[in-house]
Write a protein that binds this ligand. Structure first.
Ligand code: C5P
Length: 238
């Protein structure tokens, strides 16, 4: 029996990164972002992983998975690859369908783009699930002052009041759930056409509030070219 499974949505195009290939397949110090993310999940003890990859990169995703399994000496059968969808939610849904038979107690959903997420973040999320939490989200405080935009008449914006940043959190992954809750949340999202930028938002919509555990700066989502440079520097600093 698998206690904790892992879903890695890796089917985004990643146009903001400006690379010539989908973001999860971009290299960082000799490993693709997908390989780094899979590696962290396997090391954290996730018993079964499903990767959602772009349709034309299924074989490449399979090869990446096999290489990481071999290097960590775990069975290749622990990792499955499915075709992702148009939106991140569709990709997670497709991966979730693949977990039907294994029926793990918990599922973590982790962005391929958060390639350098430390093991302790995975462990904190899993521990919270074991302790009975149902919608677990790693978060960090906000350092900048944040304002909302009131309007824009030219290239200069009108800025409304600033938001109390002590009340704000940046949300990361892996996010952790009970498998049946994540299934119910995705079913509800499909039926209502609801979309959210993460899975915690989908659970919230069915009445299961999100709960935060400490995230990590290293779990930053690689989105822009400078994020890749920061990640590279982080690895060299180790
Ligand atoms: O675009 P963004 O950085 O928010 O994507 C977060 C994660 O979701 C990435 O790992 C990306 O590959 C994945 N994704 C996906 N399917 C999509 C869009 C994004 O699996 N259709």
């Amino acid at each position: 029996v698998v206690e904790t499974a892992l879903i890695i949505p890796a089917a985004g195009s990643g146009t903001r990164l400006g690379a010539d290939r989908p973001k999860a397949f971009v290299e960082l110090a000799g490993r693709t972002l997908l390989a780094w993310s899979l590696r962290s999940g396997l090391r954290a003890g996730c018993g079964l992983t499903v990767i959602a990859a772009p349709a034309d990169l299924l074989e490449e995703a399979r090869a990446i998975a096999d290489a990481e399994c071999d290097s960590l000496n775990v069975s290749r059968s622990l990792v499955a690859v499915v075709e992702g969808g148009a939106e991140r939610t569709d990709s997670v849904s497709a991966a979730l369908a693949r977990l039907e038979t294994a029926n793990p107690s918990f599922v973590l959903v982790h962005d391929a783009a958060r390639a350098l997420t430390p093991n302790e973040v995975f462990i904190r999320v899993i521990d919270a699930l074991r302790a009975g939490e149902r919608n677990v989200v790693p978060t960090l405080p906000v350092a900048d002052t944040i304002r909302t935009v009131a309007g824009s008449t030219s290239s200069v914006e009108d800025l409304a009041t600033s938001v109390d940043r002590s009340q704000l959190r940046r949300v990361q992954t892996p996010q952790g759930f009970r498998t049946e809750d994540l299934r119910a949340a995705h079913r509800h999202a499909r039926q209502t056409g609801l979309s959210a930028t993460d899975d915690a938002g989908l659970l919230e919509a069915i009445g299961i509030p999100a709960r935060g555990v400490p995230g990590a700066e290293a779990a930053h989502k690689i989105t822009y070219p400078e994020d890749l440079r920061t990640a590279r520097a982080r690895l060299q600093g180790e």
